[in-house]
Design a protein around this ligand. Sequence first.
Ligand code: PMP
Length: 360
Amino acid sequence: MARVYNFSAGPAVLPEPVLQQASEEMLDWHGCGMSVMEMSHRGPEFIAIHAEAERDLRELLSIPGNYKVLFLQGGAAAQFAMIPLNLLRGKTSADYVSTGQWSKKAIADAKKYCKVNVAASSEDKNFSYIPDQARWQLDPDAAYVHITSNETIGGLEFQWTPDTGAVPLVDDASSHILSRPIDVSRYGLIYAGAQKNIGPAGLTIVIVRDDLLGHAATTTPSVFDYRVQADNDSMYNTPPTYAIYIAGLVFKWLKDLGGISKMEQTNIAKANLLYDYFDQTEFYRSPVAKEDRSRMNIPFTLRSDELDAAFLKGAEQNGLTQLKGHRSVGGMRASIYNAMPVEGVRALLQYMREFESKHG
Ligand code: PMP
């Protein structure tokens, strides 16, 4: 068996020990004679798996007691609609900060439900930076303020938490959740699709403050009502059971590594390997303002576009896959989530140096 170094933006690399354990438990989970995939979500085995996953996530992120954790379906994109449906609370507008393609998608869906005030945008410079909060035009009557704290395509990451006063801060943390500690109490709601740092696609995690539940618009489908899902322990409908099980194994893996502060140190070291190199060479370029560079998604371009195909072909031959940038921006992108070992980043760096010395 040969595993590659997979730099996909998602679905993405998972920790090898997690995949190994899942394969050992595939046919018979803990002596119960069936796979987790075959279990009733109402049975004692799955209820235990679900409860332990939630406990471990709460511990990893130090989630305060007045927040609910929901394990939902529909991807992060379903949240683009669920957020206005649930959080407008009788108000008519919401503030959005536009920092890239995912913010834009969230804004487009929110516009179907309310007036959207784009409080700040970096579209003027091709989404290459995060606007300073001093320049945001926040509306004190907004129902909430929405940010995308890591833009997966553009490779921008908030290195700070905005202060939105009494207006709840809502964050799409899909592509960097669990990569660094966060102070959950600063947010009204945090959401994330699982397929980057949590587990398989099909699971979406929502962490929401209690007082924001119970205000859904009357037209909200029941499965999309946070209050209904919270009252039913995320089992109003059948949850994505196998994805929750794998997420639980990923949480254990993170705890065994020493938790999120430890993970953050590794992530800083991994990202610096690449960014330090970009800063020394003219051959590769990072399009993102230095202070806003993502530790998870690292886009870069070569000195000339003609070299892209040769770069990607050579990378594949070296077992370095999925490095092509998103179709909307081109170039390359290395996604180096929690589960990407530092050896993978070193192998990429070595390949990049060799490629430069041949073509530079
Ligand atoms: N937000 C961000 C930041 C993302 O990276 C993605 C997916 N790459 C989404 C939302 C949409 O997630 P999904 O496809 O799970 O709905």
